[in-house]
Design a protein around this ligand. Structure first.
Ligand SMILES: Nc1ncnc2c1ncn2[C@@H]1O[C@H](COP(=O)(O)OP(=O)(O)O)[C@@H](O)[C@H]1O
Ligand SMILES: O=P(O)(O)OC[C@H]1O[C@](O)(COP(=O)(O)O)[C@@H](O)[C@@H]1O
Length: 308
């Protein structure tokens, strides 16, 4: 079973406006609402690709209820811990000449709620895959992902971590199967500005040396670079299409990559893993989301992967 954990689910409120002017009243031309947060998005795209998962995490207040209903309507199994106080966040995504995001803090998570999540995680075992994705509310310490991986260590669980800063750095010693920073996040991890593919490869390799098994660095419209667990480097450009809304492209890439790996592991022939296929499926899923108003749908992913 695949489990995704979203500590900080969100209603993504996408606002379309030709040009936003700070300090003035701006009126949008259209709005859309999506139910997201990184782990939830990964679960939704995995479902499109034929993989069942269970979405775990925390919800609160009326926005949390809406997220629970929205996730159920997407056909994703979920088992969220309901917080007693606060409301799940509403993240504002301004779709203008450029895309601008305001990702909010989210409700505090108390120790009882955290214990409830840990109880659920005690069911995760041999052969399962656990995805820890997204930010955490400021009430939690930056070692929380590390504590989860410590707790499941030795149980034969693969993990994928999509997070930034210390939250990501702290898990490397648990040898996560996959980490997926984007190029800016990779630079921030080491306090450097990455100006070339050579730089990106150098720092992706550093994450491998520090413990990550596969390091996938996404670069939005410039594609992605993977240093795989055999220390092989793969790069992939992007699919061609008209960008509609790239919110969730990174999460879709994570889902596509995981689906690309699992589909090979589940197949009868015992060929070594073809990581370039997993990278292509991730790229097609990321592109399909960037070219859609919501998350990627299977038909478009299937069409796009044939172009890579
Ligand atoms: N403008 C785009 N055109 C085509 N593909 C894109 C575009 N933006 C994102 N993608 C695809 O989605 C992947 C992940 O996007 P990215 O923006 O790097 O992730 P994140 O949201 O995590 O920063 C990219 O590597 C690419 O394959
Ligand atoms: O938890 P964070 O880092 O604040 O990110 C949450 C936001 O990222 C998203 O999961 C989209 O992420 P990506 O664009 O990186 O794939 C949104 O659904 C959500 O609003």
């Amino acid at each position: 079973m695949i489990y995704t954990v979203t500590f900080n689910p969100a209603i993504d409120y996408v606002v379309h406006h030709a040009q936003v002017v700070l300090g003035e009243v701006n009126r949008s031309s259209a709005e859309e609402i999506y139910f997201g947060g990184k782990g939830i998005n990964v679960s939704a795209v995995l479902k499109e690709l034929g993989f069942r998962s269970k979405a775990l995490g925390f919800t609160a207040g009326f926005t949390g209820e809406a997220i629970e209903k929205g996730v159920a309507a997407m056909g994703v199994d979920a088992d969220f811990v309901r917080l007693k106080n606060g409301s799940s966040r509403i993240n504002v995504k301004i779709n203008s000449a450029e895309e601008t995001e305001i990702n909010c803090q989210g409700p505090d998570i108390d120790s009882d709620a955290l214990d409830e999540l840990f109880d659920k995680l005690d069911k995760v075992g041999e052969g399962d895959l656990l995805v820890l994705a997204g930010s955490i509310p400021k009430s939690l310490p930056a070692d929380i992902y590390e504590r989860i991986l410590a707790r499941i260590s030795g149980r034969g669980v693969k993990s994928a971590v999509d997070a930034t800063g210390a939250l990501l750095m702290n898990v490397l010693k648990y040898q996560p199967f996959l980490v997926k920073p984007n190029n800016f996040e990779l630079g921030e991890l080491f306090g450097v500005k990455l100006n070339s593919l050579t730089d990106i490869e150098k720092y992706a390799r550093k994450l491998r040396e520090m413990g990550a098994r596969n390091v996938l660095v996404s670069m939005a419209g410039d594609g992605a670079l993977l240093v795989d667990e055999f220390d092989q480097v793969h790069s992939c450009g992007v699919c061609k299409g008209k960008v509609v809304n790239s919110v969730g492209a990174g999460d879709s890439m994570v889902a596509g990559f995981i689906a690309g790996v699992l589909s090979q592991e589940n197949s009868a022939d015992s060929q070594p893993l073809d990581y370039s296929f997993a990278l292509k499926l991730g790229t097609a899923a990321g592109g399909a989301t960037a070219f859609s108003s919501g998350l990627a749908k299977k038909d478009l992913i299937d069409t796009l992967i044939k172009t890579l």
